[in-house]
Design a protein around this ligand. Structure first.
Ligand SMILES: Cc1ncc(COP(=O)(O)O)c(C=O)c1O
Length: 354
């Protein structure tokens, strides 16, 4: 088959990178013999234990095919049809799941304005209204994203504040952790420390964006253990019960063992910070948010787009302000960064010489 003539390198998404070699090795290594299916295989049992090692309060892990499914399942199982979930207005849940939370889970989202992607209790307070009013969907959950969709990260104190807010208002707390490992890496803390601060009911634990071929997990914590029973059935009903579970479990296991998740998170964060450094001082570029994960949001002159796009793929995140999202991943190299920055510098110089 002829290779496609796609751009050489992409800063479009961490989904654009391939599969980390160690994950592929793990898949090949287990591709022999027979094993039980639907989560009854030895690797799925091992994964359960591995998750509990990293997150001692994890009660049960449910592997699913993608991050949207993990989020939608969380809402479906934790909320009743008359209950609602608060989330940030820029959350993936609200903007990028094609209304699956509403369509598939049948749950109401209440998007709230965020600050650099982060929600604060004081901005959420005013949504806690009309308790017991049969005409009004009852707020019963808060969903936050760590790291946020804007690449920013809640500190442990901010997580504790949100936990306190949830406890005060009897809300469940869901975390969309599509890039969860990156947050711990930036904060320099363990997963357990982040979880002690947030004490969530449910976590969508991502893998695909951090080098897996395709595996995500919805984790139910002890405080919400009663949800696990329903989840067994709901996952099947929502078409997310993989048959050959061992191939998803093998990816997650390889990712979690021997600190591969740390290695990948460090690498992609380092490359993002390297890009930040490399483009600082280039006239015409305006960084929008602090670089705390593997993404940079940068406003730049629209006129540069065509030339840049001939060599690199990336998305325009905000078409009004012309802000691009540039993402690094486990296989972004320092050479990629250097070349991209060089290209941006040339565009800037060209414009100034006109
Ligand atoms: C923050 C966040 N949550 C969830 C998802 C959903 O992942 P998927 O595309 O696997 O459904 C994404 C994907 O980009 C994401 O960025």
């Amino acid at each position: 088959m002829k290779a496609s003539s796609s751009p050489l390198r992409s800063f479009g998404s961490d989904n654009h990178s391939g599969v980390h070699p160690k994950i592929l090795e793990a898949l090949v290594a287990i591709n022999q013999g027979h094993a039980h299916s639907y989560g009854e295989d030895p690797l799925s049992h091992q994964l359960e234990k591995e998750i509990q090692r990293l997150m001692p309060l994890a009660h049960k892990t449910f592997l699913v095919f993608n991050g949207t499914a993990a989020n939608v399942l969380a809402l479906k199982v934790a909320l009743k049809s008359h209950q609602a979930c608060l989330c940030s207005e820029v959350s993936h849940l609200n903007l990028d799941e094609c209304a699956a939370p509403e369509r598939v889970a049948g749950r109401k989202l209440i998007p709230r304005p965020s600050h650099d992607g982060k929600l604060r209790p004081e901005d959420l307070e005013e949504s806690i209204i009309r308790r017991g009013d049969q005409h009004f969907a009852q707020v019963r959950m808060l969903s936050i994203t760590q790291p946020t969709e804007l690449g920013t990260i809640y500190t442990l104190e901010e997580l504790k504040d949100l936990r306190e807010f949830c406890s005060r208002h009897k809300l469940m707390l869901h975390i969309d952790g599509a890039r969860w490992a990156n947050a711990a890496c930036f904060l320099g803390v363990s997963w357990e420390q982040m979880l002690q601060a947030a004490d969530p009911d449910l976590l969508s634990l991502g893998g695909t964006k951090n080098g897996l071929m395709g595996a995500e997990a919805l984790i139910v914590f002890e405080r919400a253990r009663e949800l696990a029973e329903d989840l067994r059935y709901q996952r099947k009903q929502l078409l997310q019960l993989p048959s050959k579970t061992r191939f998803l479990a093998a990816q997650m296991l390889a990712y979690l063992r021997d600190d591969l998740y740390l290695e990948i998170a460090h690498w992609s964060l380092d490359r993002a910070q390297e890009l930040e450094q490399a483009i600082s001082g280039i006239e015409g570029l305006h960084l929008q948010y602090p670089v705390q994960s593997n993404a940079l949001f940068v406003q730049f002159p629209k006129t540069w787009t065509k030339a840049l796009r001939q060599k690199y793929f990336f998305y325009i995140w905000d078409e009004q302000q012309w802000v691009a999202r540039w993402m690094t991943s486990f296989d972004t190299t320092s050479e990629d960064i250097h070349n991209f920055a060089q290209e941006l510098r040339q565009q800037s110089q060209k414009e100034r010489s006109l």
